[in-house]
Design a protein around this ligand. Structure first.
Ligand SMILES: Cc1cc2nc3c(=O)[nH]c(=O)nc-3n(C[C@H](O)[C@H](O)[C@H](O)COP(=O)(O)O)c2cc1C
Length: 436
């Protein structure tokens, strides 16, 4: 009997196929486009939608915002928190996960906001814990540059510790609504946290009631050694970006081992590997579509502008047809390592396209009809050992058409094989993730 795996949707703000994406005339800003996405993915029984975020307009690539804004990459965008509330209120089963940066929110505000959305979503809210990896984002919050990588994680440890204490500052059952005693909330069950750390200080308690999940589901995407330790300690689910099936297996084994060392049940840490399937009616159609996307000159620029955004390295300065010189970053190290394929001898152009072209690794070549891709996903999961996939559109070209290809094409093909859930049996997102 086949074992199902977890599926979720990575909602990036790249405008993607914007010429044809929005039936409301290119304007997704009233939120209805995102509600439609959430409902559609709920019909397909995905575990959750994760909304990415950054806190700046990137002008690293070529020293200007021309490439990112011209391609609608990462900006303009909405704040994920109200969007998650909207999407959560418009659905009843699927999880909604908002990216919120420790750079941007004082811990008290983040805890209160997360708790509020978890209520609105009926216990289906998740927080994607990020520290931000861009100098430009840091400059929007009063800093001259990004805090060093290891210190960001040190601060994040303390931050998460504090918000968890705030989540717990209201005991279960603190709201008693005892009419006879005229007591709404029982003050003996609401506690200050009196937190004094190296970086943060907060008295508490939170001024919102304990949320349905106690605390939201935690997502994380750390891929550096420090990032993996952080994720293994805190995350309910991790965005995995390893290269190749062997790399995926290694990454998962490393995280599970680290989770055990943290005293956690490794089955409570789901690794969701990011993939960009290209689906067609037939294999030939899908292959032709991928070839068209790869041939689009904008694809190289989009890929490099994206990598520039997260690493603060201007990739426009390098020759596209030469190997990439040695580069290091204070931004997202795991993503840079994966991108650079050190020692491969590939040119920058090849590296840029490899970000999108999973054919670079034949086992991960998720291009074809729904049945073909479902079979490939099954084979990869079998070898990796679990836990699931975070699906994003090919080359970040989001559109309603792509939503439908996944929800009405790929997912049913997986369901027919017993590899994807056909109904939700749990109420909260954490329970949904732990169902299998
Ligand atoms: C697939 C993926 C998606 C990510 N999404 C975001 C995001 O939306 N916002 C953000 O600030 N960071 C995002 N990150 C960055 C991570 O949160 C993290 O900072 C990064 O992976 C650096 O960790 P590392 O240096 O340990 O690899 C993402 C990373 C990956 C791999």
């Amino acid at each position: 009997m086949a074992k199902p795996f977890h599926l979720a949707w990575f909602m990036s703000f790249s405008a993607g196929d914007w010429e044809g994406a929005f039936s409301s005339g290119g304007q997704p800003w009233d939120g209805r486009y995102y509600i439609d996405l959430a409902r559609q993915m709920e019909l397909a029984c995905l575990d959750f939608i994760m909304i990415e975020d950054t806190l700046h307009v990137s002008d690293v690539y070529g020293g200007s915002a021309g490439a990112t804004l011209g391609n609608g990459m990462y900006a303009p965008k909405h704040d994920p928190a109200p969007l998650a509330a909207l999407m959560g209120a418009a659905t009843s089963k699927i999880g909604v996960v908002a990216t919120m940066s420790t750079l941007g929110y004082p811990p008290f505000l983040l805890a209160r906001l997360a708790s509020t959305i978890d209520h609105i979503a009926g216990g289906r809210f998740g927080w994607n814990i990020v520290t931000s990896s861009e100098d430009r984002a840091a400059q929007n919050f009063g800093l001259d540059a990004l805090t060093p990588h290891e210190q960001r994680y040190e601060m994040a440890e303390e931050y998460v510790d504090l918000v968890c204490k705030l989540f717990d500052s209201w005991e279960p059952g603190a709201v008693v609504m005892d009419r006879d005693r005229r007591v709404y909330a029982d003050a003996s069950k609401v506690h200050t946290v009196d937190f004094e750390g190296k970086f943060y200080k907060c008295r508490g308690p939170l001024n919102t009631v304990r949320s349905p999940q106690g605390r939201p589901v935690f997502l994380q995407a750390g891929a550096s050694p420090r990032g993996i330790r952080f994720a293994a300690k805190h995350a309910d689910a991790i965005i995995g970006i390893a290269r190749g099936v062997a790399g995926m297996k290694r990454y998962r084994d490393t995280v599970r081992q680290a989770a055990e060392e943290e005293g956690r049940d490794p089955d409570h840490v789901k690794i969701m590997f990011l993939i960009h399937p290209t689906i067609g009616e037939t294999d030939e159609e899908a292959l032709a579509r991928r070839a068209r996307l790869l041939a689009d000159p904008a694809s190289v620029q989009r890929s490099l502008a994206s990598m520039s955004t997260f690493t603060n390295i201007d990739f426009a300065q390098f020759d596209l047809d030469q190997p990439l010189p040695d580069v290091t970053t204070n931004g997202t190290q795991g993503s840079l390592d994966r991108f650079a394929q050190k020692g491969s001898g590939k040119t920058l152009r090849q590296l840029a396209l490899a970000e999108y072209d999973e054919a670079a690794d034949p086992a991960l070549d998720f291009v074809g009809s729904p049945d073909t891709v479902a079979d490939k996903m099954a084979a990869v999961m079998e070898e990796v050992g679990g836990d699931g996939f975070l699906i994003s559109p090919p080359m970040q070209r989001t559109s309603r058409r792509v939503f439908a290809e996944i929800s009405d094409g790929l997912v049913p093909a997986l369901q027919r094989r017993g590899l994807a859930r056909t109904s939700y049996t749990r109420q909260t997102l954490r329970e949904t993730l732990r169902e299998f």
